[in-house]
Ligand binder design. Sequence first.
Ligand code: SAH
Ligand code: SF4
Length: 345
Amino acid sequence: MDFEKLKTHLAAHGVQKYRLTQIRKAVYEQGVRSWDQMSAVPAPLREELAPQFPMLSCKLAALRISKVSDARKALLEFKDGARIETVLLNAGSGWSVCVSSQVGCPVRCVFCATGKMGFKRNLSAIEIEEQVLFWLQHVRQEKLAQRISSVVFMGMGEPFMNYTEVVKAIGLISSHDGLGIGQRHISVSTSGFPRGIMKLASDLPQVNLALSLHTVDDLERSRLMPINRRFGLDDLKKALELYIKRTKREVFLEYAVMAGHNDSPAHARKLIEWVRSISGSYLLHVNLIPCNKVKGSQFEASTGDAERFAARLLPAGVKATVRKSLGHDIAAACGQLAAGSEGKR
Ligand code: SAH
Ligand code: SF4
């Protein structure tokens, strides 16, 4: 919903201010799905506003609910036919929404399903915010929760290749006039754009940063993540140091454990060395994700691989946690989002 436009519209038409507050509460707190549900607002006003200000500009094309974990995935379709996936998950500390920032992704990491589908376009700030609003409506309707606890930019796309809209979207999602999700409950994950990392430190120092590292060998990283040919590990190190100096915030290093590719004792030793060489390294935290297998890729992890790798890091004082993967059965886990033919009507 374009709330700013609604605000201007109501002011221009001399509608009393408290009506705006009523609408705001209904949309962003109660998560109503249609204007008809806003019984406090007089019917003639609702009828006038409904066609001009739809709750969502996208429509639901498919919804999948995991049978093995608290994860749900929605395929949303925008007016131009662009389709994206967004995920709702609960790992035990409230419902979190994983949003997409682009339709597809131009970075093309070899282990990621989104990378394989190519790139169509950037999403606008409102299209990003709407993914959270969609799930708020869903959790209220399904009586799962009263609110969304956190938002992560870990869906389809590279957030820093759509920097301006992502920053605007975070503004909307955290606004007290909107969804009101605090910036400390919002995380952005990047495949490694140094300028984006440094800009985020000045523009949104409260937002959590995650860097998808996966290996600290430049040759290997370039093979896995073509972006590393443009911005190598030294560039990332400098950006991280600056980020930490400016924000004094913890940074998460995402490491998808790919059996036989980046999980040897030598890989662990190199990672320990790399982390230690960064000034402010005490603020770095390694998140180990067992690599999820995607179609057409040979990368995956077996049970226990990530735990074994963690056990090599911890004695050296490198903070490391194995992330529980949710939503395997509905292809909603990290790297599995693709918005392909599945779910097409
Ligand atoms: N484009 C951003 C954010 C979206 S991806 C980024 O790359 O950081 C979210 C996370 O899932 C990233 O850390 C990414 O590297 C990881 N990922 C991608 N494919 C994966 C896979 N097959 N298994 C596990 N993690 C994967
Ligand atoms: Fe894009 Fe992230 Fe997937 Fe790489 S891992 S292709 S950057 S979505």
